[in-house]
Write a protein that binds this ligand. Structure first.
Ligand SMILES: [Fe+2]
Length: 188
């Protein structure tokens, strides 16, 4: 299940495991993040190429592009035996911003977004079917865990695709990892 928890910057929990759709939409809306749940049920091979993933969801991509006017799109696809899983995980784990507005559509699996807004950090465990936006210039990071298993289509409002400005902050270390957060949820 998609789950939102709100922490302060010192990693103390303020609200834990908000999972009703209306609450997710409204809490994320307060920080300018759009959240929607779409259908994503097309079977894909673990190592499906980006083109296969983009073709499978072509209609959804067109709908999203029509709504937002995105200029480029790509696919992030990780699986437990992916040869570059450690390297990819490290890259997204560091706090960064993007100067453009971006959207992610999760078509398989789960991963955890951390959005740092003011003195709060919003942890959003996203899963298959979730559509979530990342507002321009919002510091954030992302964890896929030690054994990543997800596919997400990424939409960019510039033709350049994914360009990150790393903040150099070490804040991510204070927060539960993807695996740690899932454990907390299951023991709650
Ligand atoms: Fe990012």
């Amino acid at each position: 299940m998609t789950s939102l928890s709100i922490y302060d910057e010192n990693a103390s929990v303020l609200s834990f495991d908000i999972s009703s759709y209306q609450d997710l939409v409204s809490k994320l809306g307060e920080i300018g993040v759009e959240f929607e749940r779409w259908n994503a049920n097309i079977p894909l091979a673990e190592d499906a190429t980006p083109d296969i993933v983009l073709n499978a969801y072509q209609k959804d991509i067109e709908r999203i592009n029509q709504r937002y006017g995105f200029k480029s799109v790509d696919v992030v696809s990780l699986y437990p035996s992916h040869p570059q899983r450690v390297e990819f995980r490290e890259k997204f784990l560091a706090e960064h911003t993007h100067s453009d507005f971006e959207v992610r559509f999760f078509v398989e699996g789960q991963a955890l977004f951390y959005l740092h807004v003011g003195n709060l950090v919003y942890l959003v465990l996203c899963e298959q079917g979730d559509l979530i936006s990342v507002p321009a210039n919002t510091p954030h990071w992302f964890d896929m865990g030690e054994s990543p298993d997800f596919k997400a289509i990424r939409f960019f409002s510039t033709p350049d695709g994914w360009v990150a400005n790393f903040t150099g902050e070490e804040i991510a270390r204070k927060f539960p990892s993807f695996d740690g957060y899932r454990l907390k949820l299951s023991s709650n």
